[in-house]
Ligand binder design. Structure first.
Ligand code: DNO
Length: 357
């Protein structure tokens, strides 16, 4: 198991590589070249610039999160073939730079979403929260406006701003797309890239829909065990895997996360894990919590134990942390709470490993 942290290059992060290097047991970072528009090739020069910076800080760059999938590929438009060729070229360039794992998602139009990015907790920290009743009242106009006028409430890490310009059109498109048709488009993409994933030695981990509840009547694709089985069976390559995001899947109390960890990691199909805890506060409602089992609704010990027993040997990163000790920065991606999370997860991993040896 390798413990890593997500880090945003090109001056886009309040957390430095030097700080990350000082967290015990962290060997590397997961990066994204978000300045390159979705669909374009990531050149060796751009990749190696970031890699050099990461390596100079004594860290590895073996994971990319994410190389996003262009909407035309998701929608199955004729332009998808050229975009898939670009994607494959990016994979080759990343493999040449030593990247071994790509996290991506197939959520239509949207990436992840929270209704509150700064919910105050009784201990004086703040965290992100989700309320499905509120999300249902949201219109894409409201979402777009908040993003464009800089009020920032919707400034979610990993979202490319260009998504917002065409959101209305894209959402409209999906109103007539069935779940089966959408899965056909996913299969088309996977069948095209998996031979190259094998050749280049890159494991793919699809990120679950976050949260696992439908918004704007868009298809949901990776939100429970059955959907994950279906996704993995679309292409049988071992490189077609899952990013087990405990907070996304665990937001739905019906999802048994330790059992999912066991099932999919035993198949050798979990190259990457995002470990985060959430506290269920009502129907379709949760907030993120500190990583400790006792702070949320998920049993972190059981999840780590299941991964360990399944022979998991991929990457783990502590996922969203709260903002504590007065820190400000990207919601979910401050230094302190994620460092505490990494240390806690490393402790659980050591305990489980020693108890079972
Ligand atoms: C949110 C992240 C997501 C994730 C993408 C993967 O904090 O987990 O933005 O990186 O969905 O493509």
């Amino acid at each position: 198991m390798k413990m890593i942290l997500r880090w945003f290059p090109n001056g886009d992060d309040t957390v430095t590589l030097e700080q990350i290097k000082q967290i015990p047991g962290v060997s590397g970072v997961a990066v994204m070249l978000s300045h390159i528009p979705c669909g374009e090739v990531w050149s060796p020069e751009e990749i190696n610039k970031v890699k050099a910076e990461v390596n100079a800080a004594g860290l590895e760059m073996e994971v990319v999160e994410s190389v996003n999938i262009h909407e035309d590929i998701k929608q199955g438009l004729p332009s998808r073939d050229a975009l898939i060729q670009n994607y494959i070229e990016t994979m080759k360039n990343l493999a040449d730079a030593g990247v071994k794992c790509i996290c991506y998602n197939f959520m239509p139009v949207l990436d992840w979403y929270r209704s509150d990015l700064y919910m105050p907790l009784p201990d004086g920290s703040n965290c992100m929260a989700y309320n499905h009743d509120f999300a249902k009242t949201l219109t894409y106009e409201k979402m777009t406006k908040a993003m464009m006028d800089g009020s920032n409430d919707f400034s979610l890490p990993g979202w490319e701003p260009e998504r917002f310009g065409k959101m209305a059109k894209d959402i409209e498109f999906y109103q007539n797309v069935t779940q089966d048709e959408y899965f056909e488009n996913i299969k088309y993409f996977l069948d095209a890239i998996m031979p190259y994933a094998e050749e280049y030695g890159i494991d793919f981990g699809v990120h679950p829909d976050d949260p696992p509840y439908p918004m704007f009547n868009l298809p949901k694709v990776v939100n429970n065990a059955e959907a994950i089985r279906r996704y993995l069976s679309l292409n049988p390559s071992k490189h077609n895997g899952l990013t087990l995001c405990t907070g996304s899947l665990g937001a739905n109390p019906n999802n048994d996360v330790p059992s999912m960890a066991k099932e999919f990691a035993s198949m050798g199909r979990v190259p990457f894990v995002h470990l985060r805890n959430v506290l269920h506060t009502g129907e379709g409602e949760f907030h993120e919590s500190a990583h400790l089992s006792s702070c949320g609704s998920l049993d972190m010990f059981k999840i780590i134990e299941a991964l360990h027993d399944a022979g998991f040997d991929g990457y783990i990163r502590p996922d969203h942390g709260r903002m504590i000790w007065g820190e400000t920065g990207r919601p979910g991606y401050g230094l302190y709470d994620r460092a505490l999370g990494a240390t806690y997860i490393n402790g659980l991993w050591e305990a489980v490993t020693k108890l079972k040896s």
